[in-house]
Design a protein around this ligand. Structure first.
Ligand code: RB5
Length: 146
């Protein structure tokens, strides 16, 4: 798969390890920044990753900030994005299986790099369960309405 990756300054220290890990799983990475430890604004990177996903230039996105929350709020403003924060192996699986998330968000300040790697692997390998389609369709309806 092609994976769009973005982080802010809170994620920069673990970025290289995450990119190597994703490539090691056999995926191609589109690096959307940031590229330095200078303080920056997470919505800029959430937007770049989201644009890659909705344009189908990438299959899925990964966003890392301090908590994962700011990235998810920003990414979800883009029509067609379902960005979800995960904080455990179970939630990494469920955001794919139940919510059909196309962007995974995680918090570098609240999890180890190894844990985030394990969540990325699970997220990328888990398929959406069609039995949850009705709820996703309702989310899409809300998106079209507002
Ligand atoms: C940056 O200090 C921090 O606010 C950001 O990384 C993120 O956690 C926001 O949700």
């Amino acid at each position: 798969m092609k994976i769009a990756f973005g982080c802010d300054h809170a994620g920069i220290e673990i970025k290289d390890k995450l990119l190597s890990f994703i490539k090691g799983l056999g995926h191609e990475v589109i690096d959307c920044g940031t590229n330095s430890s200078d303080s920056c604004d997470y919505p800029d990177f959430a937007l770049k990753v989201s644009q890659n996903v909705v344009s189908k230039n990438a299959d899925k996105g990964i966003l890392i900030c301090g908590t994962g929350i700011g990235m998810s709020i920003a990414a979800n403003k883009v029509k067609g994005i379902r960005a979800a924060v995960c904080w455990s192996k179970d939630t990494a699986k469920l955001i794919a299986q139940h919510n059909n998330a196309n962007v995974m968000c995680a918090g570098a300040r609240f999890a180890s790099t190894d844990d985030i790697c394990s969540w990325i692997k699970i997220f990328l390998e888990t398929e959406f369960e069609q039995r949850h389609s009705r709820r996703i369709d309702k989310i899409i309806q809300i998106e079209q309405q507002y």
